[in-house]
Design a protein around this ligand. Structure first.
Ligand code: E4P
Length: 215
């Protein structure tokens, strides 16, 4: 399973990358707005740190604007993936970019047929938003399972990227459901390494050793 970090914060990206298990980065306009920095400049900085796929989301909502932005962003680095909303224009842009060999991440996926459509258009990644579905009393994990089943039924190559991951339980369920990738805030990446019994056990090992041998 691949692990991406979902942030535009360079310090968090560097810290996650230093763990040695980071496969990519996703950004979105809200995450960039939090950083108060030019989007293109931040993407350049991110691509200097991470060599795996780095998703850059378009701001335009119309096909022509999406294609123009995609062309500009794709020049930043070879690992840029163009992130597009799943709309009629987004789907057209996905197909056109995929046909040209440009990778896309189709975002804001909330139902299985959206995932089916973008797979047919040649998307590299599809991003179902688990947490936002849970927020409105729907079942985010059910969406992951359904997309997994549909993609497996027809052998679609689009990677299932679980997004809007909010806590470690989401991660466990995504791994069990066969999500190819999860994009995760840095806080959750850190939680993935934690268990209170690990801390208690380590403390005891060191105390026992010290008692026996001093130091
Ligand atoms: C995905 O690419 C999005 O950036 C992200 O996962 C959204 O997460 P949120 O619902 O916590 O904002």
């Amino acid at each position: 399973m691949e692990l991406y970090i979902d942030t535009a914060n360079l310090d968090e990206i560097k810290q996650a990358n230093d763990l040695g298990v980071l496969d990519g980065v996703t950004t979105n306009p809200s995450l960039i707005a939090k950083e108060k920095i030019d989007y293109g400049k931040r993407l350049e900085e991110i691509c200097r740190v991470v060599k795996g796929p780095v998703s850059a989301e378009v701001i335009s909502v119309e096909y022509e604007g999406m294609m123009k932005e995609a062309g500009e962003r794709a020049k930043i680095a070879p690992n840029i993936v163009i992130k597009l909303p799943i709309t009629v224009d987004g789907l057209r842009a996905c197909k056109a970019l995929s046909d040209k060999g440009v990778k896309t991440n189709m975002t804001l996926c909330f139902q299985p047929l959206q995932a089916l459509m973008v797979a047919k258009a040649g998307a590299f990644l599809v991003s179902p938003f688990i947490g936002r579905l849970d927020d409105v009393a729907e079942d985010g994990m059910d969406l992951i399972q359904r997309i997994r089943q549909i993609y497996d039924n027809f052998g679609y190559k689009t990677k299932l990227l679980a997004a809007s991951v909010r806590h470690p339980k989401h991660m466990v369920d995504c791994a069990l459901a066969g999500a190819d990738v999860a994009t995760v805030p840095f806080s959750v990446i850190k939680q993935m390494l934690q268990h209170p019994l690990t801390d208690v056990g380590l403390k005891k090992f060191l105390e026992d050793y010290k008692k026996a041998f001093g130091g």
